[in-house]
Design a protein around this ligand. Structure first.
Ligand code: SAH
Length: 397
């Protein structure tokens, strides 16, 4: 067993059960990509079992802080059962669920979403990659399912020295190998494609915010809705379910908009009565302003502008810009749901950015509710970095 010896004083974060060891904390020791290592303090004291990653700034990701714990197939089976058992207790109103949320489920670098009877996984660290076959078998065992698609085509794999990869990992010969699926979320039918969709196929983290949006649209009597960064129209379906009369979905992905149109149809809404606009959101917002349009409700759910804190300043300008435009486009009394999924922008900073946008727009707004990701994307006490999705429901006053 190879050991990684930390520099004096660098044991503190592992003692607090934070699962990452950065390159600069290591005094000596190395291993192969993904190999199991014993991490020890400067005096040789055991700190954690972890997976070594030779090319990442995060050199070790901890599997366990228990010295007696063996890291083997039984370990992964147990962690996956625990993750599944937690979801079973959350009362999730969908058969689309995040089953494994990386570090928060004690499985750094592993993301697994479940869409009905199909699993879709991302192996994002050298450690998760090393145990890929074991994890695949354990996933089928823990869920009783047979089909597992791999979406390890995320760019973060490059930081771990891993190539991008996607395709069926288990059960590709079943159900004709079809990757087009559907889930039922809060009673809505939503089609998706595990091979072609973003991330593992769909944005499950917004599930409860979409439902909340439907409630607010109904409660406030919103008739016209602009869904920006709509992807496959989850918030658009919610708006229509809430009684909206005219919904515009804007996204720069043609295939996502085609799926959005299909999702409206699946739920009995007339897709020809609504607009699907393939455009840059910023440009579209400016165009709407120039045309003197306004909306009763607007959703802003942009992609990650700031992956890390280092990108925060540029991202802040981009967030402020779209929020300023959206606030100006809100009809008096209108509703804005605005989000950031950037790890580098925390809830506090996001609040400040949106407040600045309000000042610049000359618009006052009341915070109806602070929003976050659905509970099957848990944040643990020890790992605040896991918290990424934050949002505000604002009412123009
Ligand atoms: N709200 C969606 C998820 C949005 S994900 C849901 O509930 O499912 C972010 C979306 O922004 C993606 O679909 C991506 O195609 C789109 N996007 C990224 N940059 C864009 C831009 N500049 N203009 C318009 N859409 C953009």
């Amino acid at each position: 067993m190879k050991s990684i010896r930390l520099r004096e004083g660098k044991e503190r974060s592992l003692l607090r059960r934070h699962p990452w060891v950065f390159e600069g904390s290591i005094a000596r020791g190395s291993a192969d990509a993904g190999e199991l290592v014993r991490v020890e303090a400067h005096d040789g004291r055991f700190l954690a079992w972890g997976a070594y990653s030779s090319s990442s700034a995060i050199r070790v990701r901890a599997w366990s802080f228990d010295e007696a714990r063996r890291i083997d197939a039984a370990f992964f089976a147990e962690r996956l059962h625990q993750a599944a058992a937690l979801r079973a207790r959350l009362g999730i109103a969908s058969d689309g669920q995040r089953l494994v949320h990386g570090e928060a489920d004690g499985l750094p670098g592993l993301i697994v979403d479940r869409y009905g009877d199909v699993l879709s996984a991302q192996f994002l660290s050298a450690g998760a990659e090393r145990w890929r076959e074991t994890i695949a078998d354990a996933l089928l065992q823990a869920t009783g399912l047979h089909r597992l698609y791999e979406r390890s085509d995320a760019s973060v794999r490059a930081l771990e020295g891993l190539p991008e990869r996607s395709g069926w990992l288990r059960g590709g010969d079943l159900a004709g190998g079809s990757t087009a699926l559907a889930i039922t979320e809060h009673g809505w039918q939503l089609g998706l494609d595990v091979a072609l969709g973003h991330k593992t196929g769909y944005y499950l983290d917004q599930r409860d915010n979409r439902h909340r949006f439907a409630q607010l649209v109904r409660q406030l009597g919103c008739r016209t809705v602009l869904n920006c960064y709509s992807y496959t129209g989850g918030f658009s379906v919610a708006a229509l379910a809430g009684g909206a009369q005219q919904v515009t979905s804007v996204d720069s992905s043609g295939p996502a908009l085609a799926q959005a149109r299909d999702n409206l149809r699946r739920n009995g809404f007339d897709d020809t009565a609504h607009a699907f606009i393939d455009a840059d959101v910023n440009a579209h917002l400016r165009q709407c302003l120039a045309e003197g349009r306004s909306f009763d409700a607007i959703v802003l759910d942009p992609p990650k502008f700031a992956p890390t804190a280092a990108h925060a300043e540029r991202a802040a300008r981009a967030y402020k810009d779209i929020n300023r435009l959206a606030l100006k486009l809100l009809a008096p009394g209108g509703l804005l749901l605005t989000f950031s999924c950037s790890g580098g922008v925390n809830a506090d900073l996001f609040h400040k950015i949106v407040a600045g946008a309000g000042i610049d727009a000359g618009v006052n707004a009341a915070i109806l509710q602070r929003l976050e990701g659905a509970p099957d994307h848990p944040t643990t006490l020890e790992f605040p970095e896991g918290e990424y999705l934050k949002g505000l429901a604002l009412l123009r006053v």
